[in-house]
Design a protein around this ligand. Sequence first.
Ligand code: UT7
Length: 367
Amino acid sequence: MQYAHITGWGMAVPESVLTNDDLSKMVETNDAWIRERTGIRERRIARENEFSSTLAVDASLKALEVANLNPNDIDLIICSTSTPEYIFPATACLIQDQLGATRAGAFDLSAACTGFIYALNMAAQAIRSGSIKSALVIGTETLSRFVNWKDRSTCILFGDGAGAFVLQASDNPGGVLSAVMHSDGSGGDLLSLQGGGSRYPATEETVHDGKHFIRMNGHEVFRFATRVMAHATHEVLETADLLLEDIRWIIPHQANIRIIEAAARKLKLPMERFVINLERYGNTSTASIPIAMVEAVEKGQLKPGDKIVMVGFGAGLTWGALAAEWTGPLPPSRKVYPRQYQAAARLRSIWLRIVRFVEGIFWGRYE
Ligand code: UT7
């Protein structure tokens, strides 16, 4: 039997910080309201030359270094995102090309803020089945590109960032233990971005109607979130045959401190058992759980052998939880060069385009 261990982790956030005070100059709001109602103090905003793929590549390189792997050791890349760079090609393929992950299959997964849990579970299942040995799982968002900066009920919440995990097969028990995934499409209208898809392709009218912005019914999403967080946590513990007492850390989706407090009350756990960093990054959707985890590891909060639960909810509606035993870094077995691979990947990408162009001249015409 193969187990799927988390052996690498990395995060990347844009340098540019947008504080609550900055926001109060843009819309009618203030620092006190935002902190009291959400717990958020500031968020990161991507610069013009930063995209979902570039943040993901930064996070992935760090994760590969920790896992002691080169990009071409990776069998599968799953990129969870609600802010892909294009409808297609998949952002995962842009990441594959930028990293030089020459052997990897790559696809995007769309399950909003729950996406990282879905993606980790999918990758772990592929490893457990024996079909792959390693996977790069990424949560990346540039939500600032889709926020209506005139809508104070949403623009205060979201931020940009990426987190990446490497999963590797091992005979040793541990790693991803179990997961639960849920959805309820009847609540799809509660949190949506409708413009640019096949129902509302971009037209003057869709732009005029603001269909290319995030729309949310905050109250209903709040009610839904407080209902499902504790339930999904209990459920995943049951499937993993664990008790709440066995769990060292809960890593919740970082949307609103009041949602996490409500989950803590329902679970009868002190807030100290939750990893929380939303005050500095806001809600980075699918990237929020891996970013919180990476920071916890870097602070020394997570120790090898610790059992953890990641739990999230989001648009769709989707929700889910994943239980894991933290493996920690494997001892380095060889020298790896992920960054050099990335530099070579640029040349490789240009070379492949030239080859394709030349092939097109000689063999591209169908008579
Ligand atoms: O990843 C999932 C993503 N979404 C979520 O997790 C969102 C879940 N929902 C929430 O986090 C909360 O519902 C919000 C933070 C969005 C809103 O907080 P709330 O406590 O539910 O506020 P509210 O909508 O009930 O608004 C209370 C008041 C209203 O004024 P009136 O009608 O009482 O006069 C709002 O107009 O606060 C007003 N308000 C604001 N005031 C200052 C709404 N937004 C703001 C603002 N600054 N940014």
